[in-house]
Design a protein around this ligand. Sequence first.
Ligand SMILES: [Zn+2]
Length: 273
Amino acid sequence: MALWRFPSIVKRGVSSSLIRHLVGLSSSEYISGLLSPLSIHRKQSTWESNSKSCSFATKYGLSVNLLLVNFCSQAYKTCWSCKEKLTYSSKFCGNCSKLQPLDSSLNFFDVLGIEKIFNVDTKALTRTYRKLQADFHPDRYSVKSEQEQQYALEHSSAVNKAYRCLLHPVERALYLLVLAGQPLHEGQIDMEPSFLMEIMEVNEELAEATDQETVRTIGQRNQEIIDRLLREADAAFSAMNIEEARAVVAKIKYYNNIYEKVREYEREHGIVD
Ligand SMILES: [Zn+2]
């Protein structure tokens, strides 16, 4: 059964708990972001009765109404060419098989059609990426209409952008924080002095290192810390504990800077490409 992945409603300025209350979403539905067309139909009636009686509706006024319209209308879309009714996630029309335009409200996970989690299987991610790149490759559209060629380019560029971001765990974590409505900006979290001291010491050690072996040891130790923190970030994201995830990601950024410096040394000394 086709599933509809609901868009990041939180981005539109209404809190996730309000949405869950108004639509009657269970926590598993909310976390997975997946609803079948049938359950959308049921949620639609919950929306309608709740938005009439709910005091939030008055408070949020137009934005709740807009959400209601979006929520219901996005379950289906119409083919631009033959007007066939298509499910929200269809990239191609089932009737005329024409490529559909890219939906600009899709997040990177939706663009690649993968689950919105932190612990992404990067091998599977790369396979998905290659398949999508082949699906939208310009060669496939050289004899198609100009409109489809344009859509293919848009899909292809979105797939590239999504892959580049989600492949890298730090970028992926930062992006998940953005989707959760709590982006992490530079200097936004006050780090403990002892933590900053530790980072400073590693940086000094690295700056003073004169041989490859020392740099390699620093790099290895740093990687172990990053791996441990990534596991902590995964646990926090899985538990939907965004505040904790944010704190862990803030730390990871510091160790990632050290990682970059080690890589730079290795590149300069011809150890890696
Ligand atoms: Zn069609």
